[in-house]
Design a binder for this molecule. Structure first.
Ligand SMILES: [Zn+2]
Length: 170
């Protein structure tokens, strides 16, 4: 099992991958639907660097107020990328879009991140995943402040804002 990750305060996204996320979010926003995917990369102390994206998958569910990824597809892609990178790139977290409104966490988002934080412990998926929320004019990223945020009443106080930084190159 991997070591619990420390609190991530900075998420670095190469401009090209940031652009890809924005394009995918827009494609679904035009149909008033949510979409999302997985952020892969590596961490260095309190920074996380994105090196690759995994898409929603063919059996993902895209709705107006919810998005459920095709986790079978995603787990296979995560494992394949992990192998290709010789174990350097791991699962960092998920992103999803909000086709309307801002990038604040909904109650469902907080519950989901709390659950991910507790459950993703099978080696390639370290604790404390990130949740990036992409709205039309606002992007925000969140990380659980503790390794085990409460499952039932996850308040905004349980999650820290992560600073987003764009980089020119990988
Ligand atoms: Zn959401």
């Amino acid at each position: 099992m991997s070591q619990p990750r420390q609190l991530i305060t900075d998420l670095w996204i190469p401009r090209e991958l940031g652009h890809q996320i924005a394009e995918e979010a827009k494609l679904f926003r035009d149909r008033w639907l949510e979409t999302g995917g997985v952020l892969m990369g590596y961490t260095n102390c309190s920074s996380a660097v994105v090196t690759a994206l995994v898409g929603p998958g063919p059996d993902a569910s895209h709705k107006r107020n919810s998005f459920r990824p095709d986790t079978i597809y995603q787990r296979a892609e995560i494992a394949a990328h992990f192998e290709r990178s010789s174990g350097l790139d791991t699962y960092l977290g998920d992103w999803h879009s909000h086709p309307t409104g801002g990038a604040g966490q909904s109650w469902t988002d907080r519950r989901m991140l709390a659950r991910l934080t507790r459950d993703w412990t099978d080696g390639i998926d370290p604790h404390r995943p990130l949740m990036l929320i992409v709205a039309e004019n606002e992007w925000r990223c969140y990380c659980a402040k503790t390794e085990t945020p409460p499952r039932m009443l996850p308040s905004t106080a349980n999650f820290a804002d992560v600073m987003l930084r764009l980089t020119e190159k990988n």
